[in-house]
Write a new protein. Structure first.
Lengths: 155, 80
């Protein structure tokens, strides 16, 4: 990890497909599969629920580790142009679709209601159909499918 | 009387057929011109083109891919 000396063996593989559009821009489809990804979960008040923070892991605490698949489609300025940071794409409104799914195992925190260190299982799915110009789906946020499951492993 | 009554109906049917014959290719042409993408010109790019620029969204990935000796980069396999 970047914060010091611990390696989770994280790897990232994927593909980028670029299609020119009639207005001179390009539609870019990115798939990134990350293995041995660092994962931790907090509640809305940032109280830890699962895993540990990077400094804690660097100091020897157990990490939440899993895999993640990111699928994003966005509009770039032109075919062959440098690919932008996703945050900039979001701010510019150029994102057409984004989906992320992830599973991980790691230690649960006492904030979850179990003894700290209990092995937990994490699963998350987020699908955002951002090219829709309608009401944004059942929750009005353009994410018709989204859930986060956090359980004691094996239950 | 019968002839006079049929003639307008026949003319109407001819007009409908002509309109259909015009609208079908016109609609197809409009659909072609309105296509947003051209799949034949799609091409792939290396995944590092994306990973190396995510300095805000995924800083650890971007750092790994901008550092040629990082653990993450050395452990990765790339697909174009």
């Amino acid at each position: 990890m970047a914060s010091g000396g611990v390696s989770l063996g994280t790897t990232a593989t994927g593909t980028v497909v670029e299609r020119p559009l009639s207005d001179g821009t390009a539609e870019v489809t990115v798939l990134v599969h990350t293995a041995n990804a660092f994962v931790y979960v907090t509640d809305f008040n940032l109280n830890p629920l699962f895993g540990n923070t990077p400094p804690e892991v660097a100091a020897g605490a157990a990490a939440g580790v899993g895999k993640c698949l990111l699928h994003v489609v966005f509009i770039n300025s032109a075919p062959g142009a440098p690919l932008p940071d996703l945050l900039d794409v979001f701010l510019s409104g150029g994102t057409r679709f984004i989906a992320m799914s992830s599973t991980a195992t790691g230690p649960l925190n006492a904030n979850f209601g179990v003894s700290t260190g209990t092995l937990g299982f994490f699963q998350m799915t987020q699908t955002g159909v951002l090219q829709s110009h309608d009401s944004g789906g059942p929750r009005g946020d353009f994410f018709p499918a989204e859930h986060i499951n956090l359980t004691v492993a094996g239950q | 009387m019968t002839y006079n009554r049929r003639f307008p109906l026949g003319s109407f049917l001819v007009a409908v057929v002509c309109a259909a014959l015009y609208l079908i290719p016109a609609t197809v042409a409009w659909g072609q011109s309105n296509k947003s993408t051209n799949n034949n010109n799609a091409r792939t790019r290396p995944i590092q083109d994306f990973l190396s620029t995510q300095t805000n969204s995924f800083p650890s990935l971007a750092a790994a891919w901008s550092d040629p000796v990082s653990d993450a980069r050395l452990g990765s396999t790339m697909q174009a």
